[in-house]
Design a protein. Sequence first.
Length: 377
Amino acid sequence: MCAASNRHPTFKASFAERANNATHPLANYLFRLMELKKSNLCLSADVTSARELLTIADRIGPSIVVLKTHYDLVAGWDFHPQTGTGAKLGALARRHGFLIFEDRKFGDIGSTVQLQYTAGNARIIDWAHIVNVNMIPGKAAVTALQQAAARWRSRVNYEVRTSVSVGTPVSDSFDEEDENPTPAPLPSSKELPPPSNLHNNGRKGSIVSITTLTQSFEPVDSPRFASGIAEGDELVYAGIEEPPWERGLLILAQMSSAGNLITKEYTQACVEAAREHKDFVMGFISQETLNSEQADDFISMTPGCQLPPEGDEDDGNIAGDGLGQQYNTPSKLVGLGGSDIVIVGRGILKAASPQVEAEQYRRKAWKAYQTRIGQQS
Ligand code: S5P
């Protein structure tokens, strides 16, 4: 563990203080959520069906501040933008108060990661508050994701609906099919061309064609966006507003797996990239805090976390999974390493009662944080 980081002001600062200093709107929100829920726990929801994912998100939601997904290992993921799995997770996130982090580990050239983030069936940016990037391709991947997020952000407040109808207003007119037959025009809609064109001076209706273009702008947070989702999904977690629309990025700066190829220089390059993109990069996936310069206030989220088996002493050492994964306890990661959020998958998912176990992890990780900052519980 890096001694310099342990002397950094953020090591002893409370999450409430760090919320006040945070410049990234989503980091500010997350710190406040952590204080409100007394939780610095992220569930790594590595389950293989959409049904299990939604069930576990609903059950564990009250204990966590972040739900981490790997959407590509989920069978039956419904891609519908308003009623699909992403939208349903979003409704659960609002109800229980957590952010969604898609652990996509983007790792390609800029233009490809932009498309992977915003396009395809999954349209990750629509439902994931946070994503992460593998820095192998270099800083351009971060810049590219930031650009894509900024473009998305500038559009997101308004959903644009355009309907085009072609035909004539006279009785023997023919109508071509509407391109978008569903929505009735909203009150704010403007019609082009003006209605005076509807009089055709007695010319045969079938020759005259009038195009009506209806374009309406609807706030994306309109209740209509919740429609199609089960009743009750409009419920919102009390005590805090809904998250801001700004998206956040975590840089994969260190890994938990044995023999990983990340070097100190590589980690340092990740920190530099984060400093250059502070309005998009919230922090790191790392094994310890990486804050070292005075102005740094990045969030460290740490996977490779488990509690010792019941009755065993917490000496910080836990057996790995036999496939390279290494584990440390919350007290070591948060208390000594200065990590802010622990990421736990199988430690919770494989427990006899995941709900009870999640509460256990929440309490231990929160206690480690309180001890670190010298706060009485
Ligand atoms: O270094 C890493 C980075 C990540 S994001 N090590 C990890 O284990 N992860 C992810 O954390 C991994 O992909 C998995 O989803 C989760 C750890 O799961 P667990 O079951 O071992 O707690």
